[in-house]
Design a protein around this ligand. Structure first.
Ligand code: PEP
Length: 253
């Protein structure tokens, strides 16, 4: 169905210039499958984007971790989508749970951001996912569908969107979703896209998993039919990120 495996590295609010250079040189030396097999995008903090973009190998790409919801101007501390485009930054992560939960970003606000970023020509990794409380209450799909609907209500062209399903209880906790848990939500999300957007968008949109992915669990997770790759936090700062990229090979089997 032509969904190229996608591996994103979310460096979050980590690193000094020296540490970032070390990570880039580790990535530059890594042997990974070709760009026909896997798309790799790393997301350093804003201040390191130009440095990483300049030094990173050309088959890997960069993403910002956020951008402003509309045209820039009198919004102290914000970074606009236009600025990212101006610096040739192709991707942006939007709706990460750390922003939804800590900074109170609503589904609608995230939907507006996704629509604006896409309209400026950025590609978007849009994050959705339930809390532990919501999972235990049996509302996982309701939550994830509402988050996705807020995007679908504002977006008509999905070709530049990757959905990252990231259960909040799995992020940074070491408590990874089981392959069956991940597959179940990815499959339901794809069905939701089919019913509410289109069969074509459901078949072609990449749905990647995030939450405590590491070099040890990536192959089994990546082998699930509806898991099209990963968004990786902690392990994206370490050499095992290369092993996670290599997990793309499971799709060949
Ligand atoms: C993330 O922050 O997107 C993430 C998945 O983090 P971790 O891999 O550390 O759980």
């Amino acid at each position: 169905m032509g969904r190229k495996f996608f591996v994103g590295g979310n460096w979050k609010c980590n690193g000094t210039a020296e540490e970032v250079k070390k990570i880039v040189s580790m990535l530059n030396g890594g042997q990974v499958p070709s760009q026909d097999v896997v798309e790799v995008v790393v997301s350093p903090p804003f201040v390191f984007l130009p440095l990483v973009k300049a030094e990173l190998r050309s088959d890997f790409h960069v993403a910002a971790q956020n951008c402003w919801v509309k045209k820039g101007g009198a919004y102290t501390g914000e970074i606009s989508a236009e600025m990212l485009v101006n610096l040739d930054i192709p991707w942006v992560i939007l709706g990460h749970s750390e922003r939804r939960l800590i900074l109170g970003e609503s589904n609608e606000f995230v939907g507006d951001k996704v629509a604006y970023a896409l309209a400026q020509g950025l590609k978007v990794i849009a994050c959705v996912g339930e809390t532990l409380e919501q999972r235990e209450a049996g509302t996982t799909m309701e939550v994830v569908a509402a988050q996705t609907k807020a995007i679908a209500d504002r977006v008509s062209d999905w070709s530049n969107v990757v959905i990252a399903y990231e259960p909040v209880w799995a992020i940074g906790t070491g408590k990874v979703a089981t392959p069956a848990q991940a597959q179940e939500v990815h499959c339901e999300l794809r069905k939701w896209l089919q019913a509410n957007v289109s069969a074509d968008v459901a078949a072609t949109t990449r749905i990647i998993y995030g939450g405590s992915v590491n070099g040890g669990n990536c192959k089994e997770l990546g082998g699930q039919p509806d898991v099209d790759g990963f968004l990786v936090g902690g392990a994206s700062l370490k050499p095992e990120f290369i092993d996670i990229i290599k997990a793309a090979e499971v799709k060949k089997a």
